[in-house]
Design a protein around this ligand. Structure first.
Ligand code: IMP
Ligand code: MG
Length: 171
């Protein structure tokens, strides 16, 4: 498997993002909301390095781009989300691809009464975005390749890998 971003580079970049976030919020409490499951490792690593009063919560967002349902349909579930009315939210996801997931989840959180929503992604894939969306914090921009590891999966496998890798295309 090709390693696109080694663990040490991720570790260093996550530290930079955490410092940038702490500076931006300037002591204000933040509620970090991760989009499961891809956010798992990024969220766990990032929050431990953010020096702010902080709460953490999760939502799920599943898209059904496959064979069975209408392309682009997205189901957001927020049963695990506490009351976020008036809270400053930092929404985290593993990767910004088409931008549809984050656009929808941001709208959902504003709908729930969030005072502000900023967005952080570990990865931003170049050349894939279908809706205009600008994240506030980006770890790395990457080429249009399917990547796995550090939370990202292929068929729910590989999330536990400590690096970002590219699966061999099989040909
Ligand atoms: P978007 O709505 O198209 O931006 O989709 C973002 C979601 O697609 C991410 O949260 C990932 O779950 C998934 N995704 C997009 N690209 C990749 C990839 O290269 N590897 C693994 N998952 C990906
Ligand atoms: Mg995901």
């Amino acid at each position: 498997m090709d390693v696109l971003i080694p663990a040490e580079r991720i570790h260093a970049r996550v530290g930079e993002l955490a410092a940038e976030i702490a500076r931006a919020y300037d002591g204000k409490p933040v509620t970090v909301v991760g989009i499961l499951t891809g956010c798992l490792i990024f969220t766990a690593d990032l929050i431990r390095r953010i020096d702010l009063p902080l709460r953490v919560a999760f939502v799920t967002a599943s898209s059904y781009r496959g064979e069975t349902t209408v392309a682009g349909k997205l189901e957001i579930r927020d049963e695990l989300l506490p009351d976020i009315a008036g809270r400053h939210i930092l929404l985290l996801d593993d990767i910004l691809d088409t931008g549809k997931t984050l656009t929808r989840v941001v709208a959902h959180l504003i709908d729930r009464g969030a005072a502000s929503v900023k967005v952080g992604v570990l990865l931003r894939k170049i050349g894939r975005q279908e809706v205009p969306f600008e994240p506030d914090y980006v770890g790395f921009t990457i080429p249009d390749k399917f990547v796995i590891g550090y939370g990202l999966d292929f068929n729910d496998e590989y999330r536990h890998l400590p690096f970002i890798g590219v699966l061999p295309s099989g040909d």
